[in-house]
Design a protein around this ligand. Sequence first.
Ligand code: NAI
Length: 332
Amino acid sequence: MRIAFFSAKSYDRKSFDRFRKDFAHEITYFDTKLDQQSATLAQGYPCVCSFVNDYLDKPTLQKLSKAGIKLIALRCAGYNQVDIKAAKQLGIKVVRVPAYSPEAVAEHAFALILTLSRKTHKAFNRVRENNFSLEGLTGFNLFGKTIGVIGTGAIGTAFCRIALGFGCKVIAFDLFENEELKKRGVQYMGLNEVFMNSDILSLHCPLTTETHHLINERSIQILKDGIMLINTSRGGLINSKSVIRALKNEKIAYLGIDVYEQEEALFFQNLSEQILKDEQISRLMTFPNVLITGHQAFLTQEALEQIALTTLQNISSFENGERMENEVVFDS
Ligand code: NAI
């Protein structure tokens, strides 16, 4: 099948080119993001392949439909960026890669936790300048701490296993409880109870209308004083303004984020020669206890290979009229 591949990066080309021949698909790579303007590039292709910040709202989908698109192959797990209802109305199928490497994201969440708790980012810079002073580098042990997990799906489960390995007490909230995790010692409780009892809180639920701004002015009030908040899921789970206020009054003592509410205009690009117009991320970057990565939690070799394989397989299933196990179905 001919695929119009948007937001193409060097690492995407490498992994997709490696497996493409096995599937006999033809890929045209476009560096540009997929949106209303760039949708015209998909003219004559039956399939587009897009990533997390390719914004597929109704007008973009209408343009894609006119261009002849029958399939949207998301090379990511989350699909909050796609108007699934509009896609269904237009007869466009949507497939995704539900669990390419839960460990990649869970391990990155721990990279954020350990960097913040042991201040290795500061130590790295100091030592490079021959500054071997330990002043201000005091950290804290993870052993014995209570880690709260919101969402114990594929990534949340991998995260819980790592947390248990560190000797943490793990408490969790999800709409569905995972019996295997319970056997391993994870304790499920109400959302507010998790908020109240966590020393570290890590978000692993999808962004939906229910979870939008889960961390807001009200929920921050009930968090433990001095909490560490980690978000590797979607930026919209956190109200950035409220979190900035909580960092200023020291209610939140550490913030580690791989995702950001307005990341579409920033992430996956080199903006080092430009003036950032986004006041919130600029403010967040001024805090010494805030660590931001640019949506890289998924970026491991293992995950990239799995993303390429599953995406190409999803496209083949569509082409061959087979059952598409990774189809995103509109849930009214
Ligand atoms: P999953 O679908 O396996 O698990 C999501 C879990 O969240 C499910 O157990 C579900 O029941 C639960 N959930 C749904 N609504 C909830 C609510 N209102 N409150 C609490 N729990 C709720 O998804 P997976 O693979 O674990 O991914 C989770 C999220 O991680 C994705 O939606 C995506 O946004 C994000 N992600 C981020 C990446 C990154 O590079 N930073 C890469 C991949 C995913």
